[in-house]
Design a protein around this ligand. Sequence first.
Ligand SMILES: [Zn+2]
Length: 128
Amino acid sequence: MSINDKCPCNSGLKYKKCCKSYHDGRVAKNALILMCSRYSAYARKEYKYIIKTTHESTRDSDFQNVKEFSKQTTFQNLEIIEFIDGEKEAYVTFKASILSDGKDSSFIEKSRFLNEKNIWYYVDGDIQ
Ligand SMILES: [Zn+2]
């Protein structure tokens, strides 16, 4: 994958003009941006970003699960269904179109995010 490829988050921009800056250390200013950049991170195998942006209460510091999921999965599309913003807590409902071992494993999830000291973190999600 090249940095000139389209960003996996479906923004229509090149990766280098989109989620790369977040993977390089920029802080996402809301949960929606964080959600999109995390999807891209799975697709681009930026494991450290996944771990870093997961809330410590649910963070699995072992990369193995993230790696395994990412390795067998083809990330085809991201569609945002709903974004509920808040001061300290926010929700993003999305559809991830993915193939797992070549089979359609697309799912819709409502993810929960918390803000701590002006940084958003993914906490957990409910599969819809
Ligand atoms: Zn992007």
